[in-house]
Design a binder for this molecule. Structure first.
Ligand SMILES: [Zn+2]
Ligand SMILES: [Zn+2]
Ligand SMILES: [Zn+2]
Length: 169
């Protein structure tokens, strides 16, 4: 079974009028379970990569990992939130000890997988068009037994979401 619909573009070698060779390489997405190349990197994975966002879990696309892969995991990420001019450092708010970050901005934790992003001004940063708060509501789709051990310790799930694997006396 190979459920992937991901295109897999071969590298294209071209020669210009001067006979100079150039190769256009399509960046490939590797399976995060076994490292096998699954096909072309999607646009979203590309921008995630250059902006330091966690890449989505693609094990279900992988012929090797797919049959036993759990549903894609939610991943927490930090987001600096505030007015655009504050985020760009172009605001009148005072800085403490030469801090670059405006005190009117704040760090939020969101789910990298279920938030959506769009390139900001001149692609210098990304803006979240939808910020899904962490802990992510979609995280509940995982079975507690699989999910609980993988929770980032800095962002522990609340006991209500932890499921029933902590039996109470
Ligand atoms: Zn794999
Ligand atoms: Zn999520
Ligand atoms: Zn500000």
């Amino acid at each position: 079974m190979n459920a992937t619909t991901r295109p897999d573009t071969p590298d294209v070698v071209t020669y210009d009028e001067q006979g100079r060779k150039s190769t256009r390489i399509s960046t490939k997405r590797a399976c995060n379970g076994c490292g096998a190349l699954l096909g072309d990197l999607t646009d979203d994975e590309f921008t995630a990569g250059i902006n330091g966002r966690p890449l989505p879990d693609v094990r279900q696309e992988c012929p090797t990992c797919g049959p036993s892969a759990p549903p894609p995991e939610c991943r927490p990420m930090k987001l600096l939130s505030g007015e655009v001019r504050c985020l760009e450092g172009d605001c009148p708010h005072g800085r403490i000890n030469g801090d670059r970050e405006c005190p009117a901005t704040r760090i939020e934790t969101v789910c990298a997988i279920h938030s959506t992003f769009t390139p900001g001004f001149e692609d210098a940063y990304e803006e979240a068009t939808h910020a899904e708060p962490w802990p992510c509501q979609y995280n509940g789709a995982q079975s507690p037994a699989d999910g609980a051990g993988d929770v980032d310790p800095r962002n522990p799930a609340t006991p209500e979401q932890q499921g029933n694997d902590h039996a109470r006396p």
